[in-house]
Design a protein around this ligand. Structure first.
Ligand code: SIN
Length: 308
């Protein structure tokens, strides 16, 4: 059986497949379809300091190749997460990543400090890139100096591994990748959703109440792959590829550009059982190709290019 184990800095994962934040509840809601022990890690929905009601409906709109969302970081807030959600999720036999969202570097740091005390959490993912709050301005993931400040504030507040989730809605994602590495991130998640919109031309009604929202799903895979590759080339910390992954071949494409692991999101909505068998599919693909480990695939693009 090919080896699927991966190491992200000091963190060992059984396999390179994680759930993407906001697409899998906090993890256990999907247990009957995808038992958590079959994943390398569960990434929680974004947790904020205070509860958030989220944006007005409609806030999901299906498109030809994915969907638009404008959830607006709806969640019950840190206190409820710590008191109710975390004790449930903590029993899962996988790595637990808590995704956090804030409105200032100080707020991110406060969240990180409060979560630092909880040994059930293996790592933090800093959501710098939600397009559905602060009027879609994406301040933390478009301004390298602010991104760095934010990550540094979190770094100073916690000893847990931290992963910065970047936005594809920038001209040069590599600059953001370098900034978060300098701020002390242990890894990067590339990428969050693309800003998009839809309108009914007859009525003029937009698909989302907020008009613009985040576009995810298979349609964004080429963009996400390009962003992940640009990050891989710019930094030496591990990159987690995210965007449009729907099967084992997609996972392998992200590994080929140099990602250490991947996150799967929108595909779980059309196939809730996907994450229950994706690691086994990956092992089967490697076996069929005569490979013994995913390490043999990782970075194959670079090897191909430099052999030319
Ligand atoms: C949302 O809650 O609006 C989506 C989360 C995100 O895109 O980061």
């Amino acid at each position: 059986m090919p080896s699927l184990a991966v190491t992200l800095g000091e963190l060992q994962l059984a396999n390179p497949i994680l759930s993407a934040s906001g697409t899998f509840g906090h993890g256990l809601e999907m247990e009957q379809f995808a038992p958590p022990e079959r994943l390398g890690g569960l990434v929680s929905k974004t947790v904020t300091l205070r509860p958030r009601p989220g944006n007005p409906a409609p806030r999901i709109h299906e498109t030809e190749a994915g969907f638009l969302n404008s959830i607006g970081l709806e969640n019950r807030g840190l206190e409820t997460y710590l008191a109710e959600t975390l004790p449930e999720v903590a029993g899962a036999d996988t790595r637990i990543f808590c995704n956090i969202g804030g409105e200032s570097p100080e707020e991110y740091a406060r969240l990180a400090a409060l979560l630092d005390e909880r040994s059930e959490i293996d790592a933090l993912e800093i959501n710098l890139s939600c397009p559905n709050v602060q009027g879609g301005r994406l301040p933390f993931s478009t301004d390298p100096a602010l991104a760095e400040r934010c990550v540094r504030a979190v770094r100073e507040a916690t000893s847990k591994p931290i992963f910065a989730k970047l936005s594809p809605n920038v001209s040069r994602i590599a600059e953001l990748a370098v900034a978060v590495e300098q701020g002390g991130a242990d890894g990067i998640t590339a990428v969050n959703t693309l800003l998009g919109m839809q309108v009914d031309w007859r009525s003029g009604k937009p698909g989302l109440a907020t008009v613009m929202g985040g576009y995810s799903g298979q349609g964004i895979k080429p963009v996400a792959l390009r962003c992940a590759w640009e990050c891989v080339q710019a930094v030496s910390i591990p990159v987690l590829g995210c965007g449009g992954i729907a099967d084992a071949d997609d996972v392998l494409e992200f590994l080929a550009v140099g990602c250490a692991a991947v996150q799967v999101g929108t595909a779980s909505f059309s196939d809730p059982g996907l994450l229950g068998h994706l690691a086994a599919d990956l092992a089967a693909r490697l076996e069929a190709a005569g490979l013994e480990s995913i390490a043999q695939v990782r970075g194959s693009l670079e090897r191909h290019l430099s052999a030319k």
